[in-house]
Write a protein that binds this ligand. Structure first.
Ligand code: KIV
Ligand code: ZN
Length: 531
């Protein structure tokens, strides 16, 4: 790989670090759908998972490698601890990719060495060198990360990096694992690496960082100014704890402020050429897809992709924008692929119009899925006069993108009001095909529905999050319900949309329960296999 690049490499880790967000677990098909969207977005590298972690992870990496890892597509990468078995598994899963990368890591900070690895600095140095060389025996493209680099003694960090590059690492990644650093410190760290690692010119410097102090994007931009050329990020900034640096924020900062950043990459300030390979028009669509499939909601005031990011509430701002957009806007909503969402379909629209609009919105559905979505569209159009793009997206997500349907909601009925006790009746079909009905009283209608479902389904869980969002404005709007359940320290999410929010709540709950139930079945299978 060329190490003197004047362009920023975007390494997307939504499918690996992003999937480590509580409750964001994705199945293989969902990972593939996200990987295809990332490829359309133009990311350079997709970290598709951690092949050794589980058979499901292995399969996901392999399928992404096979379907998205084409000659003209992105590099497909798998994470691997600096352990032979991990590296071998990553190499095996990546075989179908035209361009593959193994990303191996080991902790280097004293605190990790002492309490987690229980190894000395010299032992870790030797392992890093040996395992990079081992990864190199499988492929040319090897990335090495000294985990918790930010809290690692800098002289020792330089030694480890020099050894990793000597062993064949083509990218060295500097993780702020605990989200501790600040922009000027991180910039100085990258500068120090450039100045003190003798063979640094043979590798690309990459950065990876968590957002515990809300500084990840700012830290990365400072790293770019000091020589980092690869940014590891996720869509919507999802990831472990407070998440990772958000891809859309980094890309748009480099795009909107390219005249400021150009000189740091050796370009003339006035160059209008893009600093990344990203097709920004796909940002919004990819953000929605990731939010829909992971169940991780995007906060309304989130930069770039939040629902308020381009909304102007104050009269002064509205007046300015109407006169000239540039008065209060630094970028055009259309540059991230936001359309005006004009109302375009209604109850008289036919299948062809529906299919055409779906394609325009980026949904490629099979004939069977199109039929399912069309039936639902007609049903919604009967209740709601005007169907917007947002409604269409909610219909497709609700009807097509479903976790395995183990339990199926057949009926939900509630009675509530200020002088009655909220009571719900539900009928649920079990995975064995039995239809069970039960009723419960709750503190409100949703609580009553959930209690009734619990009586039927009988899978212990704790409800930790419930939220309702309106997809569009108006009394007939579709309501989108997102919920999260916890069971044995793991979080499972479910999302559903309906013009009746009680129905949406019940369906979202069943979806989360289906994810939980599928995970329990998988655990049981593995216990049987190993006993
Ligand atoms: O945060 C971290 O340190 C990581 C490494 C595996 C790169 O995710
Ligand atoms: Zn991380």
């Amino acid at each position: 790989m060329d190490t003197s690049r004047d362009r920023i490499i975007i390494f997307d880790t939504t499918l690996r670090d992003g999937e480590q967000s509580p409750g964001a677990t994705l199945n293989v098909e969902e990972k593939l759908e996200i990987a295809r969207s990332l490829a359309r977005l133009g990311v350079d590298v997709i970290e598709a998972g951690f092949a050794y972690a589980s058979p499901g992870d292995f399969e996901a990496v392999q399928k992404v490698a096979r379907t998205v890892g084409t000659e003209d597509g992105p590099i497909i990468c798998s994470l691997a601890r600096a352990i032979e078995a991990d590296i071998k598994s990553a190499a095996e899963a990546l075989k179908p990719a035209a361009k593959a990368r193994i990303h191996t890591f080991i902790s280097t900070s004293d605190i990790h060495l002492k309490y987690q690895l229980k190894k000395s600095r010299s032992e870790v140095l030797a392992i890093a060198q040996e395992m990079v060389a081992y990864a190199k025996s499988f492929m040319e493209d090897v990335e090495f990360s000294p985990m918790d680099a930010v809290r690692t003694d800098s002289e020792y960090l330089y030694q480890v990096l020099e050894a990793a590059i000597a062993a064949g690492a083509t990218t060295i990644n500097i993780p702020d694992t605990v989200g501790y650093t600040t922009p000027s410190e991180f910039g100085a760290l990258i500068k120090g690496i450039k100045e003190n690692v003798p063979n640094i010119d043979r590798a690309i410097i990459s950065v990876h960082g968590h957002n515990d102090l809300g500084l990840a994007v700012a830290n990365f931009l400072e790293a770019v100014k000091n020589g980092a050329r690869q940014l590891e990020c996720t869509i919507n900034g999802i990831g472990e704890r407070a998440g990772n640096a958000a891809l859309e924020e980094l890309v748009m900062a480099l795009h909107v402020r390219r005249q400021y950043f150009n000189p740091f990459l050796g370009r003339p300030a006035e160059s209008t050429e893009s600093l990344t390979n990203i097709d920004t028009q796909h940002i919004y669509k990819t953000s929605r897809l990731v939010s829909n499939l992971t169940g991780v909601i995007v906060q309304p005031n989130k930069a770039i992709v939040g629902s308020n990011a381009f909304a102007h509430e104050s009269g002064i701002h509205q007046d300015g924008v109407l006169k000239n957009k540039l008065t209060y806007e630094i970028m055009d909503a259309q540059s991230i692929g936001l359309t005006d969402n004009q109302i375009i379909l209604g109850k008289h629209s036919g299948r062809n119009a529906f299919r055409t609009r779906l394609r325009e919105l980026g949904f490629e559905l099979s004939e069977a899925d199109l039929n399912k979505a069309f039936v639902r569209f007609k049903d919604v159009a009967d209740k709601k006069k005007e169907i917007s793009d947002w409604d269409i997206e909610a219909i497709v997500n609700d009807e097509i993108r479903q976790p395995p349907e183990l339990f199926r909601l057949e009926l939900v009925q509630v009675s509530c009001g200020d002088n009655s006790r909220p009571t719900a009746t539900v009928s649920v079909r079990t995975p064995e095909g039995q239809e069970l009905t039960d009723a419960a009283i709750g503190t409100g209608p949703v609580d009553a529905v959930y209690k009734a479902i619990n009586r039927v389904v009988n899978v212990p869980n704790e409800l930790i999050e419930f939220s309702v969002q309106s997809v569009t404005a108006g009394i007939d709007a579709i309501g989108e319900v997102t919920i999260r359940l916890r069971h044995n320290d793991k979080v499972y999410s479910g999302r559903a949309a309906n013009t009746d929010i009680i129905v949406a709540s019940a369906r979202a709950y069943i979806k989360a329960l289906n994810r939980l139930y599928a995970a329990l079945q998988e655990e049981n299978k593995q216990t049987v296999a190993t006993s």
